[in-house]
Write a protein that binds this ligand. Structure first.
Ligand SMILES: Cc1cc2nc3c(=O)[nH]c(=O)nc-3n(C[C@H](O)[C@H](O)[C@H](O)COP(=O)(O)OP(=O)(O)OC[C@H]3O[C@@H](n4cnc5c(N)ncnc54)[C@H](O)[C@@H]3O)c2cc1C
Length: 323
């Protein structure tokens, strides 16, 4: 019976994605039940530089190849397929991230393996895995039993306590098949905040506006509050779709995932697609005139108030207090 668990250590612009340590924790849960090992796979030139941060893995494999310098599905799937064939793991874990969503289904199809998306819990059950999975943007949950190895599991970020133990695992170099089939999709470029714009994923305080802000001119009220709080303004998708803020300020499924210390949701209903990008915030305060708005289900505090009344008064009060 296959025992080991292979984890894709996701590298995003030369840094490991946070979900990597969650995957290592999930991998340990599975592997320890059968005495297997957790194998971390790092793809890309300079991959070995990430090894010290992967102490929670028993073995670290690195495919150091210029064709993996920037993400493209073809080389990624080829590398995963090669290592999966060599190691015969019980499960392959990837993050439910943009890269994971792209690669995991391709890998599953390529090697004819079962795929589970949106995994929130994974437990071994004999030779199978029992997986709690979330779908429809978090509206529905299902529990599935996955027979057959390897099971390809996409783990939802925020589902596992990250494993960040120090370790001594040696690096095992691996190779990409050469030549590769020409890929239909190539990397074009990162969409990054424009020069001078803020990176909302790095902010401790976010003042987030939704359709309840009503018109572009009212954004200034949110900017003033963000200034008083030392934070930045971000938004739900309709605000971005109207062109009132750049796409780099969008929070949610098709935008950024943020984890600030404080997230102030102003006039945002709290659709699952929005929640997906912000529910990991340490403190969420929601302001909405509708007491039934779903944002109140996940907010730590809420106020049933008109944001246009609140914003100037709150900014004034904070500025007065700060002198
Ligand atoms: C595939 C897909 C991907 C998506 N990706 C994203 C995403 O990344 N991010 C995202 O945000 N959405 C995303 N969406 C859209 C999402 O489903 C919602 O439509 C969107 O989040 C709603 O934005 P909203 O809360 O600002 O607007 P609404 O749902 O219209 O809510 C506005 C809220 O403001 C309140 N309000 C109105 N006036 C006031 C006032 N004066 N004071 C206080 N409250 C007021 C209302 O009561 C209401 O609750 C996606 C949808 C799909 C299908």
């Amino acid at each position: 019976m296959a025992k080991d668990v292979l984890v894709l250590a996701e590298v995003y612009r030369d840094a490991l994605a946070d979900v990597t340590w969650e995957l290592l924790a999930a991998g340990r849960t599975i592997a320890s039940a059968t005495g297997g090992q957790v194998l971390a796979l790092v793809l890309g030139p300079n991959g070995a530089a990430h090894a010290p941060a992967l102490g929670a893995a028993d073995r670290i494999m690195v495919v150091d190849d210029p064709r993996l310098a920037d993400y493209a599905p073809g080389p990624y799937v080829a590398a995963l397929q090669e290592v999966t064939a060599a190691e015969q793991p019980r499960a392959v874990l990837l993050g439910a991230t943009s890269i994971g969503w792209d690669v995991a289904p391709l890998l599953a199809a390529r090697i004819n393996a079962p795929l589970v998306t949106g995994c929130k819990e994974i437990q071994p059950e004999g030779e199978a895995l029992r997986v709690a999975t979330s779908f429809c943007g978090g509206k529905m949950m299902a529990e599935v039993r996955v027979d057959g190895a390897p099971a390809i599991c996409m783990v939802l970020p925020g589902s596992f306590r990250p494993a960040d133990a120090a370790g001594q695992a040696k690096i095992e170099p691996r190779k990409l098949p050469s030549p590769l089939e020409p890929g239909a999709v190539r990397f074009d470029g990162w969409v990054l905040p424009e020069a001078g714009d803020v990176d909302i994923t790095q902010q401790d305080v976010l003042v987030s506006v939704g359709r309840g802000i009503q018109q572009k001119d009212n954004l200034e009220l949110a900017e003033n509050l963000a200034g008083a709080l030392g934070g930045a303004v971000c938004a739900s998708r309709p605000v971005i779709d109207q062109g009132w803020l750049p796409a780099t300020r969008q929070v949610g499924k098709s935008g950024m995932t943020v984890k600030p210390k404080f997230y102030l949701a102003l006039g945002i209903s709290g659709a699952p697609e929005h929640q997906e990008g912000m529910k990991g915030a340490d403190l969420i305060i929601a302001v909405n005139t509708d007491p039934q708005a779903p944002i109140f289900d996940i907010a730590h505090y809420g106020a049933e108030v008109d944001v246009l009344d609140l914003l100037p008064a709150l900014t004034e009060a904070i500025e007065a207090k700060r002198g």
